[in-house]
Design a protein around this ligand. Structure first.
Ligand SMILES: [Zn+2]
Length: 337
């Protein structure tokens, strides 16, 4: 572990980098609110929680946002998967953890292939146990999650009973509002074909399992922690366009919330903070790997949701901005590596 004061300074710099609201989403307000509640660096608190997972433990992760669900539920967006893959990779390398990724069956192939490009070979739970015991392979376990409320609630009980996870991690995973509706950033109901993973996270919170969540818009799992601020500062935070009577804010909260201008950037920063804590550059999400994952996501048909096209811009930010964020995160923590 590095010098504690140095780590705190690096954490704060990572926070400052990824909170810059280049997408004009009102996310800086959410950062200030989350930061006040946390009382310390958001990125640092997330990295602390992830590094506190016991060696050989189990972490459940989720990401994946069905995009244009009213056209097809086969299409997912490219903010989320690369960040989740970066965090899973860092967890496996740092703590020899079994990472279980849950998402829609429809998005599973694309997210699986993104994780594989990040170095994690997809296996079953039984195979992951073998790999963990002899440390011979970095793995990921992919589990499809139900897309209706009742099955989603039942699957939550079954999964937490079976897996007994040490921590839950969510990035860019839309959660329902107080009326049970899943909204896009534009306030449109796009819950069709969407996995009800928020019920899994609600139950985890009830059971006292630590939950770390990353978001950039207010409609994601974890944002329940700053619900009043989502209502006040985010477009459609107060009133959606679907007529349900609520706003886009997700009701599901979390223990540690990381807000960023782009959820993938939040994950890149968290991986860097993990690397700084471990003094291990292998935990970094490098610019080179970000480039590879951007290409992988294009090849797997994940969409740049801002422009409505499959390309290597994410949330409307061009390719080089994501590679640059990874480079800057690496530069910020280089003093601890
Ligand atoms: Zn609505």
């Amino acid at each position: 572990m590095g010098d504690k004061d140095l780590i705190t300074r690096l954490d704060n710099r990572l926070d400052q980098l990824v909170k810059i609201d280049m997408g004009e989403r009102g996310v800086e307000h959410l950062f200030e609110a989350a930061r006040a509640l946390q009382g310390e660096s958001l990125v640092g608190a997330a990295a602390d929680a992830l590094m506190a997972v016991p060696e050989g433990g189990t972490v459940v992760l989720t990401t994946g946002s069905v995009s244009r669900a009213w056209i097809t539920t086969d299409l997912g967006e490219n903010d989320g998967p690369s960040g989740a893959a970066a965090i899973a990779r860092a967890l496996v390398l740092a703590r020899n953890v079994t990472c279980v990724m849950v998402c829609e069956e429809t998005l599973l192939p694309a997210i699986r292939n993104t994780c594989q490009a990040a170095g994690l070979f997809p296996v079953t739970l039984e195979q992951a146990a073998i790999a963990k015991a002899d440390k011979s392979l970095a793995t990921i376990v992919m589990i499809p999650y139900a897309t209706d409320d009742e099955t989603g609630k039942a699957q939550a009980v079954q999964m937490l009973d079976e897996l007994q996870p040490d921590l839950m991690f969510s990035t860019e995973r839309v959660g329902r509002n107080e009326f049970g509706v899943y909204h896009s950033m534009k306030g449109i109901d796009y819950g069709m074909g969407r996995a009800r993973v928020d019920f899994l996270f609600d139950l985890a919170l009830e059971r006292g399992i630590p939950v770390v969540a990353v978001g950039d818009g207010g409609n994601e799992i974890g944002m329940g922690k700053v619900a009043d601020h989502v209502k006040a500062h985010v477009p459609y935070g107060d009133t959606c366009q679907c007529g349900c009577g609520g706003g886009i804010g997700a009701v599901t909260g979390c223990d540690v919330l990381v807000t960023a201008a782009c959820s993938n950037w939040g994950c890149t920063a968290i991986a860097a903070a993990m690397a700084a804590r471990a003094g291990n550059s292998k935990l970094l999400h490098t610019p080179e790997r970000e480039a590879l994952l951007l290409d992988t996501m294009v090849a797997n048909g994940l969409i740049n949701s801002t422009h409505g096209i499959v390309d290597d811009s994410v949330d409307g930010f061009p390719r080089n901005s994501h590679i640059a964020v990874a480079e800057l995160c690496r530069t910020i923590v280089s003093r601890a590596l």
